[in-house]
Design a protein around this ligand. Structure first.
Ligand SMILES: Cc1cc2nc3c(=O)[nH]c(=O)nc-3n(C[C@H](O)[C@H](O)[C@H](O)COP(=O)(O)OP(=O)(O)OC[C@H]3O[C@@H](n4cnc5c(N)ncnc54)[C@H](O)[C@@H]3O)c2cc1C
Length: 397
């Protein structure tokens, strides 16, 4: 079996082939290892690889044609992310993060000519500066329970501006983004569903401090850091969507994002299985290739079907998104939890099949495992996933 869905279009096959070629050329195994070790092991987002994807017309493929984008769908994008993640899910995750944030600009109240200026910068391929956004919801005291955020925006009527104060952490692409979507209370007298608003904040505004990226066990080719906002002023045009509608839009956006995370894990897990198959067909023990021992051959067969199950769930979620259906939080978070769980289990089983070599850094599997372990917590932990699904059938007792 191979990466990608059974029912892929010619376009999806084509972008997968291009993505694989760029990743294999730019980030061969030794180069990946070298880049993981940069900055004392924090790692670094590879802007040069990003630029290759931009030149190949593969950046932000879902951006709306109104602003010069291709307007491709969710299934297209997941096909692309799976192919990139076959080499490195960290880069794929950072790449998605930058590319899908044009929505923040499009949904803001900026004048149209300013939106078009941003769009031109966003798609510029000659200038190596990477332009993209980040999504700032999580705070030191507020993760799963996002209603606990403390960041606040106060209206200055005289200047028609909002003054933002607060702190965000665990933010993907905080170091390289050009602007942020910042969630802040605008009315603390009502519930978060009505009192939290999303703001577009350019990174170079006075009062924004970028906190350094944190060191993680995996996904070293994307960085996660934080921001401090101290009396940061933004005009009212920087409200994204409706005043007080931030929470609703955050949750809607997360529904797609979190299910889509399965694509990163699938690419990485499939690369581990493919490596494992090769290894099992070359390594001998007790007079046979180890793949001929049922314990090994059957284990790999199970892995393949786990990945196909995860892929089918992902495809269902993305196809629903493409048809404009409301995925719903339970199905979205369930797809994410179950799909990622399958991929993590597969990576772990692959390590076992390699015997003593499974965890050696000269082999690719320990990296796959380290990378995959970061995904279960993102966009809702496994416990929150089960809690959300259980709520759909728990009656008032
Ligand atoms: C690599 C990475 C990238 C990220 N990128 C972003 C980003 O770009 N933007 C952003 O805003 N955030 C981002 N996050 C943050 C992520 O969304 C949070 O880590 C996640 O929501 C969990 O929050 P927390 O870490 O604060 O854990 P907590 O909410 O503190 O949870 C701790 C534990 O308590 C459990 N728990 C909590 N409530 C319940 C309950 N009701 N029932 C049972 N168990 C419960 C959880 O399951 C977990 O095991 C990122 C995280 C990572 C690791």
């Amino acid at each position: 079996m191979a990466i990608g869905f059974l029912m892929m279009t010619d376009y999806q096959r084509e972008i997968q082939a291009k993505a694989r070629e760029i990743m294999e050329r730019m980030l061969p195994f030794d180069e990946l290892r070298r880049r993981e070790d940069l900055n004392g092991g924090v790692g670094e987002f590879p802007k040069d690889v990003q630029l290759e994807f931009m030149k190949a017309d593969l950046f932000a493929i879902n951006m709306t044609p109104k602003y010069g984008g291709k307007g491709k769908g969710f299934v297209d994008r997941t096909a692309l992310y799976e192919a990139i993640s076959y080499t490195d899910p960290g880069f794929a995750f950072g790449f998605r993060g930058l590319g899908d944030k044009f929505d923040a600009i499009a949904d803001s109240h900026l004048p149209e000519d300013e939106k078009h200026k941003w769009a031109a910068k966003f798609l510029e391929t000659k200038n190596p500066e990477v332009v993209g956004g980040s999504f700032c919801l999580t705070e030191p005291q507020a993760g799963s329970d996002a209603t606990r955020i403390e960041t606040e925006a106060v209206y200055d009527k005289g200047n028609d501006e909002w003054i933002i104060n607060g702190e965000k952490c665990l933010i993907n692409n905080s170091d390289i983004c050009s602007y942020m979507t910042v969630f802040a209370w605008t009315d603390k007298t009502v519930s978060a569903g009505k009192g939290v608003t999303a703001f577009l904040v350019e990174k170079d505004r006075a009062g924004v401090t970028v906190l350094p990226p944190v060191k993680k066990m995996g996904l070293k080719l994307e960085n996660v850091g934080g921001f401090k906002f101290e009396n940061v002023r933004v005009p009212s045009t920087h409200i994204i969507g409706e005043l007080g509608g931030g929470f609703k839009s955050a949750m809607g956006k997360l529904d797609v994002d979190r299910a889509e995370n399965v694509s990163f894990c699938l690419g990485a897990a499939q690369s581990a299985v493919d490596f494992c198959k090769k290894f099992a067909n070359e390594r001998q023990a007790f007079g046979k290739y180890i793949v001929q021992h049922e314990g090994v051959g059957f284990a790999i067969a199970e892995m393949e079907m786990k990945l196909q199950t995860a892929r089918a769930l992902l495809f269902q979620a993305m196809e629903a998104g493409d048809r404009g259906m409301n995925l719903g939080t339970a199905l979205s978070i369930g797809t994410k939890w179950y799909g990622i769980q399958m991929c993590v289990e597969v990576a772990q089983d692959c390590i076992d099949i390699l015997g003593g070599r499974g965890t050696l850094c000269d082999y690719p599997l320990e990296k796959v495992y380290r990378d995959l372990r970061a995904f279960p917590a993102m966009g809702g932990t496994p416990l929150i996933a089960k809690r959300t699904i259980a709520k759909t059938f728990t009656e008032k007792h």
